[in-house]
Design a protein around this ligand. Structure first.
Ligand code: CDP
Ligand code: CDP
Length: 219
């Protein structure tokens, strides 16, 4: 059986998670949302009283105490810290939104996640999935540059803001995109050779159908 890795990157609210989740269901893939990894570490740091990237850089020893584990629920693989997977509302709120891109720019924190995220391929294989679909900002550029399929989702900022508003969520999309695209380590950008899909005028179903057509030729 072929085992494939699909990398999905893009800015905030470009449709990464919902597209990846739908494809995971359709093709029996394990889905990993790496944004949740950064959000979970951010929550742990804030709870430990570390409020700024400067405070983290001054004492990196805290990172070695945040041991990541994996819990698989259906198609979703979630990262735990200290054996606990935080609830969605603990990691998707103003407090975490405001801090996550700042911590995500710290190279030592990204390094911490590199082996863990690469290791998800083995987790997916061991669990009998047909492949791994991982979404984030640097999956096709840094984590899996060797993925069978690399996708970069984009949409106009207005369309993305409207999507978040439709979900009833206030989010600092523009600020996070700016911080993510301008950082030195693993900046948000469409990697060379990736498939760029602009979904400004496409529904979620249309994006999923487009990618599914391609996946059928790979699986
Ligand atoms: O869902 P949304 O696109 O709004 O954000 P997310 O995917 O949950 O990611 C939250 C933040 O984590 C991003 O704004 C980035 O700062 C960081 N991130 C990253 O640096 N690299 C990744 N592979 C994934 C997320
Ligand atoms: O993971 P990311 O932050 O990139 O985006 P998401 O959470 O998957 O999508 C944000 C919202 O946009 C969700 O409510 C999706 O249903 C919606 N969406 C859309 O309206 N049209 C698309 N082509 C993709 C997503």
């Amino acid at each position: 059986m072929p085992f494939i890795v699909i990398a999905v990157d893009g800015g905030a609210a470009s449709g990464k998670s919902s597209t990846s989740r739908a494809l995971a269901q359709k093709f029996n893939l394990m889905h990993v949302d790496t944004g949740a990894h950064y959000r979970t570490l951010t929550l742990s740091l804030l709870d430990a009283g570390i409020e700024t990237p400067e405070a983290l850089t001054a004492d990196l020893s805290v990172l070695s105490r945040l041991t990541p584990g994996t819990e698989v629920r259906g198609q979703e693989a979630m990262m735990s810290v200290g054996g606990h997977v935080p609830a969605d509302n603990e990691i998707r709120n103003d407090r975490v939104n405001a801090a996550v891109s700042k911590f995500a720019a710290v190279p030592a924190l990204r390094k911490c996640l590199f082996d863990y995220q690469r290791g998800q391929k083995e987790v997916a294989r061991e669990r009998g999935f047909a492949g791994l679909i991982m979404d984030g900002r640097d999956i096709g550029s840094v984590i899996f540059p060797d993925a069978e399929l690399r996708i970069f989702l984009t949409a106009d900022p207005e369309a993305r803001a409207a999507r978040r508003a439709a979900e009833g969520i206030a989010d600092s999309i523009a600020e996070r995109d700016k911080a993510d695209a301008s950082r030195k380590t693993a900046p948000l950008a469409c990697p060379q050779g990736a498939w760029l899909i602009d979904s400004t005028f496409l529904t979620l179903e249309e994006v999923v159908a487009k990618i599914a057509g391609k996946l059928k030729t790979l699986l």
